[in-house]
Design a protein around this ligand. Structure first.
Ligand SMILES: *[C@@H]1O[C@H](CO)[C@@H](O)[C@H](O)[C@H]1NC(C)=O
Ligand SMILES: *[C@@H]1O[C@H](CO)[C@@H](O)[C@H](O)[C@H]1NC(C)=O
Ligand SMILES: *[C@@H]1O[C@H](CO)[C@@H](O)[C@H](O)[C@H]1NC(C)=O
Ligand SMILES: *[C@@H]1O[C@H](CO)[C@@H](O)[C@H](O)[C@H]1NC(C)=O
Ligand SMILES: *[C@@H]1O[C@H](CO)[C@@H](O)[C@H](O)[C@H]1NC(C)=O
Length: 595
């Protein structure tokens, strides 16, 4: 122990006390601790193995939102180009000595060139120094973390309070370890007087600790220890959860809301969550403190639903650094273009319960359109915004483009209502892999002819939102099918009917060899009383999320013997065609959250 100088004399009794209670601070035995952790029950009952096989990570936009400097293409978050960032923001300096107009521009540049990390906000001066190091008392790999922030003269130890794998993973990245941290063990306090430490808080997606939020903590505190990942010290495969990035973590740490893997792969395929974490219905565990924090973290939005006005915009202590990058990240998000869909202009009172299909009223299904061919309504369709309608491929033929008439706000085609509008069709786009004998890829787009170039809208119509992920709705979710199709007994129907059905998990049992899970979904009722039937084809199966926003989840495609429970209706799975639709209609028309 060093001889305390005069200034730190007042700390002496405390330091002695710490030394006396050494049992709590003794040398790390994290090997032993790993053994202890692996005694936890195996987490296999928490994990969805089919989902795990899809190898989701923090870059899977089927499971999580992309960062604002990324865009979701084919289910993966890819780098935006810097010019695709919002212009508003303040200058930041990168470790390559270059300054960027905004944080978003730097992050999208870094996404392409990983070596240029964020250094600090403001211009580069060439003088700033940021450094992360480990202070070792002994020869082993456990160290106390020290950080030199650009705004401080000296480096400081990091406090144990608030320290965890989320922060440790980011610190180990700074220390040059791409797989992040192995553990955050208790470490003996060094024999020096420290009466202040840095409290650090990260989201876990940062690529450098200097993007995290720092505050000073006064008084004698326990300090943060870290062991960076080393394959030979990681738990053996049979006791480990295997992360997608190759890291092995103790099995009991999956589905606890903490991103131990660093690529989040331990939190994305969970049937439920353990510890202080929240289960998104998309199967993702997020930290409990993200619930009702004013930011939508679950793609399904359930973390921000039923907050009862209790959203608590995080009132954190002021950051030591001049610009809080987490706040900046949220601001960039708020500047991204948004689109409106799936919200009815005026809510109608709930109608009587559905038995065999209820009568619809004007405004109930503002995305529903009717396709007229010949002397009747041949199929339904769905307005998705701009000049575009989606329908089933088996409903239309390119050669008949001039013979279709699309009606919106139509209820009864024998006694037409005054609100209805119609459009002619400019172009029919049938999915290139549509197979008329198997009904695979049963989806088509109709581009409507507009009376004038400016007017690419359908009066009275509201576009249905398009789902970008197959995880937005789960089996048993109640959804609504609507159309002018035939009733049981092949009775002709002249007015728009709707009914409630629930999503069914796997229809292979009903249609062996004919049901393709990636491209199709099915829905029905237990007694078969509600079903889509002949003439409903091409029409919508819509589902509402927790905020009552309506998504086009399925397109009526096929089924056998309408209204028999052993033959549920089969629908085209729209989420599988998000990119295909985006390619034809333009992504900005259909992308709700991140272009
Ligand atoms: C940037 O955003 C701030 C805060 O939202 C706003 O006050 C300012 O006017 C914006 N500047 C530009 C150039 O848009
Ligand atoms: C990993 O741990 C082993 C055994 O403890 C050690 O020999 C090796 O040097 C470590 N590797 C790294 C990269 O630290
Ligand atoms: C449709 O699928 C069947 C069965 O797989 C196949 O034999 C046929 O060639 C396919 N037709 C087209 C047009 O792809
Ligand atoms: C769906 O059910 C079929 C037959 O019951 C089965 O072979 C198949 O593995 C199931 N698929 C999934 C993804 O559960
Ligand atoms: C959604 O709609 C239901 C029924 O109309 C209503 O009770 C509920 O409050 C709505 N929820 C939200 C978040 O608007």
């Amino acid at each position: 122990m060093q001889v305390p100088d005069v200034a730190s004399m007042r700390l002496l009794p405390v330091v002695l006390l710490l030394l006396c209670s050494c049992t709590r601070f003794c040398r790390p035995h994290y090997r032993k601790e790993n053994e202890k952790k692996s005694e936890l029950p195996p987490a296999s009952d928490l994990l969805d193995t089919k989902c795990l096989a899809e190898r989701h990570t923090h870059r899977s936009c089927d499971k999580v939102f992309c960062q604002p400097w990324q865009k979701c293409i084919g289910g993966t978050c890819l780098c935006k180009l810097p010019y695709q960032c919002p212009k508003n923001g303040t200058r930041v300096c990168a470790t390559n000595g270059k300054s960027f107009l905004t944080y978003c521009q730097l992050k999208s540049f870094q996404c392409l060139q990983p070596d240029s990390k964020f250094l600090n906000s403001g211009e580069c001066t060439g003088q700033e120094k940021f450094d992360v190091s480990l202070h070792h008392e002994g020869p082993d790999s456990v160290g106390l973390l020290r950080v030199k922030l650009t705004v401080l003269e000296e480096s400081m130890y990091v406090c144990k309070d608030g320290w965890g794998m989320t922060q440790a993973n980011v610190a180990c990245l700074d220390l040059g370890n791409p797989l992040g941290a192995l553990d955050t063990p208790d470490v003996a306090r060094p024999d020096i007087n420290i009466d202040e430490c840095l409290h650090v808080s990260c989201r876990g997606t940062e690529t450098s600790l200097t993007e995290c939020t720092f505050t000073r903590r006064a008084g004698v505190q326990e300090l943060a220890g870290v062991v960076c990942y080393n394959d030979s010290e990681a738990p053996p495969a049979e006791k480990a959860f295997q992360c997608v990035n190759g890291k092995r973590i103790p099995r009991g740490k999956a589905c606890d809301g903490v991103n131990d893997c660093g690529d989040q792969s331990d939190e994305l395929c969970c049937t439920r969550c353990q510890g202080a974490s929240f289960h998104c219905s998309s199967g993702v565990c997020i930290p409990q403190q993200y619930r009702c924090n004013g930011e939508r973290d679950c793609i399904t939005g359930d973390d921000e639903a039923n907050c009862g006005g209790a959203e608590r915009p995080v009132t954190s202590e002021p950051n030591l650094l001049p610009l809080d990058m987490d706040t900046e990240r949220k601001r960039i998000k708020s500047l991204l273009p948004t689109m409106s869909c799936g919200v009815k202009q005026h809510m109608h009172s709930r109608r009587k319960r559905v038995v065999g299909g209820s009568q619809a009223h004007v405004g109930d299904f503002p995305w529903q359109v009717a396709i007229k061919y010949g002397d009747g309504i041949s199929c339904g369709g769905i307005y998705i915004g701009g000049c575009w309608v989606v329908t089933a491929a088996h409903c239309v033929r390119a050669s008949r483009v001039r013979q279709y008439i699309i009606f919106s706000s139509l209820i009864d085609w024998i006694k037409p209502n005054t609100e209805l509008h119609f459009r002619l069709v400019n172009k029919v786009i049938i999915h290139e892999n549509y197979n008329g004998s198997t009904y695979q890829n049963d989806i088509a787009l109709l581009q409507l002819k507009m009376p004038s170039l400016k007017e690419c809208e359908m009066p009275g119509s509201v576009p249905a939102c398009l789902p970008w992920s197959p995880y937005l709705f789960q089996p048993n979710h109640k959804c609504i099918v609507s159309g002018w199709g035939r009733e049981k007994g092949n009775l002709r129907v002249f007015s728009l009917k709707w009914g409630e059905v629930h999503l069914i998990n796997n229809c292979s049992q009903f249609y062996p060899g004919r049901y393709f899970e990636k491209e199709m979904l099915c829905a029905g009722t237990d007694d078969g009383s509600i079903d889509a039937c002949k003439g409903d084809s091409g029409g919508p199966l819509v589902c509402q999320d927790v905020n009552n926003v309506t998504y086009l989840w399925g397109i009526v495609s096929w089924g056998e013997n309408c209204g028999k429970p052993e033959f549920p209706g089969v629908y085209t799975k729209v989420s599988n065609y998000f990119d295909w639709i985006g390619r034809h209609v333009g992504r900005s028309l259909i992308t709700q959250y991140n272009l």
